[in-house]
Design a protein around this ligand. Structure first.
Ligand code: ADP
Ligand code: MG
Length: 612
């Protein structure tokens, strides 16, 4: 007797189930995708016990006749593929013919189905791999698929399931994602009899996002729409302030298929470059349409990963298209969110109960005395005349500046005044840190350091990109004492550092000589730059990505050489700062994504003064 034997069908299916059916959410995904492939316009998903007890998916799709049902639980039985050439251009969500066979081997399953034109339906049961004969059964047009007691016959797998609430959350996530990807299809989802999610068939993409994630996010999304060379992307990107620690709210759909892909995570990272706090992941909802022949979906059993056949041009196309939308997002920090309205104060007081004592009037000052408000040193407050055709912007009547909206604060009005903004005063510098200036529809407060930092950083990046970094050679090299290891560490990056304008040499044991720094740095601080470099390069003992190092060095150098909080500025300094920042792609946040300015609109003021 040989030692090798063909495995029985049940065992084969159970092995396949190991890859395809990991948890209740995989059952939900496979069944819902089948319903979508069947052309359903209404899909209902009912769960019990987080999907471990029951997953039932009811659809109004094409249905299966008795002959189809007889094959449904067989391995590699599919209606979506007939020959290997079909694998080259798959447009359905399923094609492997594994899902039902897998489920039939690890749970108690039942299908009840009736084709659209049939007078009666049929049903079939499979339990732990035992498939029973098809029987006639009444029922509505479409298909009802029930999967009960998942892994009841495989205790080892059942053990790996998480708490009911966790499994439920994953199931809901799957249905929400599929609902986002398929306009025209209505979804209803219940858990233990309670409705947990629904969308109507008529809802469009944005409506589905709003239903799933709320209006606060949906109202701030900026649309993306671009196509080139048979590639198309549509969808929405969110302002950077919605970014999260994980990529869970990056939703990519390829030809209706939900997708997780490292390349696409990288695309978003690049598109938001310079607008995110370190370690944050942006939020976006994007639909990709590619000729099915350009992508291989047959890479992964759960089909969550794909292989793009020509990823380079696609990467460039996507980053460009998304970036254009990202810079359009509203990065301004609205004053309303910061304002202490009466409602908020009352709510807070109520929460604190009767023992509440009012805080000192200016807590941010830490009790160091009153806020000092001064006029800009040595300049009459108003010098500039009206700017632009008839705008009242910057046209003071007396020593008190007056600003009026040109129209009721309509969004078009905003675009208007931005284009005629001469960045003229009057300005008020508060505590040598914040600049206050009027706008036609309110006023804004600018953090002078944060804004200057953004400006310096963008200029330095531009220099690096265009290979035109000007180096200020130091007449007398500045020496910095550090450990031998650190000298070695920095010298290991000598060339890369030279490209960004930092010229270093060894200067004996444990000493480094700085010979040059980027001319853009206004108050060059060689020692500070070296200390930052040691910090950045020495972190975690990991070899950092050259790109990331350049980024961080630029950040810290920009920070060091920028106007500091506490510097006194003349009106012309302020004006030139605002003007140059206004030419940037975006000047609403510093490179660490702290706000550079906070805007109070008339609407904010009306709210604060209870006029609205
Ligand atoms: P695949 O989706 O990869 O083809 P499955 O095991 O998920 O494999 O399904 C096997 C076959 O059963 C499908 O190809 C399809 O013909 C049929 N089927 C499954 N679910 C449905 C459904 N809800 N409506 C109609 N047909 C279905
Ligand atoms: Mg399928």
């Amino acid at each position: 007797m040989g030692r090798i034997a063909l495995l029985p069908e049940v065992v084969r299916n159970q092995i396949a189930a190991g890859e395809v059916i990991e948890r209740p959410a995989s059952v939900v995904k496979e069944l819902t995708e089948n319903a979508l492939d069947a052309g359903a316009t209404q899909i209902r998903v009912d769960l019990e016990a987080g999907g471990v007890g029951l997953v039932r998916v009811v659809d109004d799709g094409v249905g299966m006749d008795a002959a189809d049902l007889g094959l449904a639980f067989e391995g590699h039985a599919t209606s979506k593929l007939t020959e290997s050439a079909d694998l080259e251009h798959i447009s359905s969500l399923g094609f492997r013919g594994e899902a039902l066979a897998s489920m039939g081997s690890v749970a108690r399953c039942r299908i009840l189905s009736r084709p659209r034109d049939a007078a009666v339906g049929a049903s079939i049961v499979a339990e732990g791999g035992r498939i029973q004969p098809v029987i006639e059964a009444g029922g509505p047009r479409g298909t009802t698929l029930e999967v009960r007691d998942l892994f009841y016959n495989i205790p080892a797998r059942r053990q790996f399931l998480k708490r009911t609430s966790t499994e439920l959350a994953r199931c809901v996530d799957v249905v929400q994602r599929l609902a986002l990807a398929h306009d025209g299809v209505g979804f209803i989802m219940t858990s233990d009899g309670k409705r947990v999610f629904d969308v109507e068939p008529s809802m469009d993409f944005l409506g589905r996002i709003r239903r799933t994630f709320g209006a606060e996010l949906a109202d701030e999304l900026v649309p993306v729409e671009a196509s080139s060379n048979g590639m198309q992307v549509t969808g929405y990107v969110a302002p950077p302030r919605f970014a999260r620690r994980d990529t869970g709210r990056q939703m990519w759909f390829l030809n209706g298929r939900m997708l997780r892909d490292k390349l696409l995570i990288r695309v978003l990272k690049d598109a938001y470059h310079g607008f995110l706090e370190p370690g944050r992941q942006p939020v976006a909802f994007l639909r990709l349409h590619l000729d099915p022949a350009r992508v291989d979906v047959n890479v992964h059993p759960a089909k969550a990963e794909v292989r793009f056949r020509d990823s380079r041009p696609m990467f460039g196309f996507l980053v460009k298209a998304l970036r254009a939308a990202v810079v359009q997002t509203n990065m301004a920090t609205p004053g309303e969110s910061l304002m202490d309205t009466r409602e908020r104060r009352e709510r807070r007081e109520a929460e604190l109960g009767s023992g509440y004592l009012p805080l000192p009037s200016s807590p941010s000052q830490g009790g160091q005395g009153p806020i000092v408000v001064r006029e800009v040193a040595g300049r009459p407050l108003h010098e500039s005349g009206p700017v632009g055709g008839g705008a009242t912007f910057g046209a003071p009547e007396s020593s008190v500046a007056k600003f009026r909206p040109r129209e009721e604060h309509a969004p078009e009005g905003e675009a208007d005044w931005r284009s005629v903004d001469g960045f003229a005063g009057p300005f008020i510098q508060v505590d040598r840190t914040y600049i206050v200036r009027g706008l036609p529809d309110g006023f804004e407060i600018i953090d002078q350091h944060a804004l200057h930092e953004r400006l310096t950083y963008e200029m330095m990046r531009k220099d690096v990109r265009e290979n035109s970094v000007a180096v200020q050679r130091l007449l007398i090299p500045e020496t910095v004492d550090c450990s031998t290891a650190h000298v070695g560490l920095l010298l290991g990056h000598k060339e890369a550092l030279e490209r960004i304008g930092i010229v270093i040499e060894a200067f004996g044991e444990g000493t480094l000589a700085v010979h040059g720094l980027p001319s853009r740095l206004k108050n060059p601080d060689a020692e500070g730059v070296v200390r930052d470099l040691i910090e950045i390069l020495g972190r975690d003992g990991k070899l950092p990505d050259a790109e990331d190092v350049i980024e961080e060095v630029l950040h810290s150098a920009a920070c060091r050489s920028s106007i500091m909080a506490g510097d006194e500025l003349r009106e012309s300094d302020i004006q030139s700062l605002l003007q140059r920042a206004g030419e940037l792609e975006s000047d609403q946040t510093c490179p660490h994504s702290r706000p550079t300015r906070v805007r109070f609109t008339l609407a904010d003021l009306e709210k604060a003064f209870h006029r609205s």
